[in-house]
Design a protein around this ligand. Structure first.
Ligand code: AMP
Length: 365
């Protein structure tokens, strides 16, 4: 465990070099802390803004140990960091969030079981390891449902919708034998997420829940405030608190939920837990004094947490693929924060940047 807060000049190691690592490194720099990025790809977006970089495989023990020895604490910017990688790094330096949080979030079945055991509602589900089990699961859950791989699914990858008449053999084969689960399709009013940040001393703070809109299962827009009753926003924070406490968490954790206003007994259903900073919290860069990135850095560095209060209403829009070509017009907009991730190649579906529009009348002049 780290003893006392890291002093300015200390180095934070980050496993992963994408845009989340990039924005974490920029937040760390604001506090006089340096970052050392470890990533298995050249030209990672985070390399351009960090003091130290290592290109290495996530199973390269010797390189990981050298990296771990060079940093004062290590954290992650993606949840699929292999358990063995974390264990290697943890031999030489404290790792936050706790590896257990990553283990839970890497496996949809473990995640659902973990949340259910805490009394948190999740979509009804059945484990599926064979076509027979899929047939039984469809019988028991009805349709529509979603067949999802247990591991390595995100942004709708590794998912098949099952409706009345779907060919179950084809659906099952499309997963190439990967362990899966079948999950009831939830008719929600909206999707929301809440970001909690928990310090090394257990202090926990929350950003306001955002209302999230997905297109092709990729986040398109996150707006605050979410159009949900105040009580539901409080309930969302209470769910996130239960999760971070049960995990003895340190850092930012995002909980994605479905809001179903007509389900009085369980209006909030947890879909996913992300043990990291999250795309649905990018608005905090422009609409809060202390962003999710800075608060994550503060937490893992053992610093006091910063305010999560929002000074403006905001709408964050992802710039996906060709949308990033609009940067000149977006840069000219008043009250709009433009963030480009420095990715050299535009590809369809690739997150190239985002904008946050602060909404007039909410503190914006
Ligand atoms: P996921 O990969 O689980 O994050 O899912 C990506 C998106 O698919 C979610 O943000 C939802 O828009 C949609 N989705 C996932 N699971 C369900 C579900 N059980 N019912 C309805 N929509 C879902």
């Amino acid at each position: 465990m780290a003893s006392g807060p890291l002093t300015p000049g200390s180095t934070i190691g980050i496993l992963g070099g994408g845009q989340l690592g990039r924005m974490l490194a920029m937040a760390a720099a604001e506090l006089g802390l340096s970052c050392h990025i470890y990533c298995d790809e050249d030209n990672a977006p985070a390399f351009a803004v960090s003091a130290h970089q290592t290109v290495g495989a996530y199973d390269d023990e010797a390189t990981l140990l050298t990296f771990a020895k060079s940093v004062d604490v290590a954290t992650v910017e993606f949840e699929n960091v292999p358990a063995a990688t974390l264990a290697t790094v943890a031999k030489e330096t404290p790792v936050y969030p706790p590896p257990r949080a990553l283990e839970v979030s890497q496996d949809r079945l473990a995640e659902k079981t973990f949340a259910s055991d805490l009394g948190i509602a999740v979509a009804p589900y059945c484990e599926v390891t064979s076509i027979d089990e899929l047939e039984q699961a469809v019988q028991s859950l009805g349709t529509p449902t979603l067949l999802k791989t247990r591991r390595l699914g995100y942004d709708g990858k590794g998912q098949v919708k099952i409706s009345n008449g779907t060919n179950l053999n084809e659906a099952y084969e499309s997963l190439n034998g990967a362990p899966a689960l079948l999950e009831k399709f939830i008719g929600f009013d909206c999707e929301i997420s809440v970001l909690a940040v928990r310090g090394q001393d257990g202090e926990t703070r929350f950003y306001d829940p955002s209302e999230n809109r997905h297109e092709n299962q990729i986040l398109a827009e996150a707006r605050v405030p979410a159009r949900i009753p105040d009580q539901i926003a409080d309930d969302a924070r209470a769910i996130a608190r239960r999760l971070v406490e049960a995990l003895n968490y340190c850092g930012v954790l995002c909980v994605e939920m479905f809001y179903c206003g007509d389900q009085a007994s369980a209006p909030l259903i947890v879909n996913e837990i992300a043990p990291r900073v999250h795309n649905s919290g990018h608005w905090t860069l422009d609409a809060c004094i202390i962003s999710q990135f800075e608060n994550h850095i503060r937490a893992v560095a053992g610093w006091p947490l910063g305010a999560c209060a929002r000074h403006s209403d905001a709408v964050m829009t992802n710039l996906i693929g060709d949308q990033a070509r609009d940067w000149p017009a977006l840069a000219a907009e008043e009250n709009t924060g433009l963030h480009l991730y420095g990715k050299r190649q535009i590809r369809p579906g690739r997150k190239m940047g985002h904008i946050t529009r602060l909404v007039a009348g909410s503190g914006v002049e």
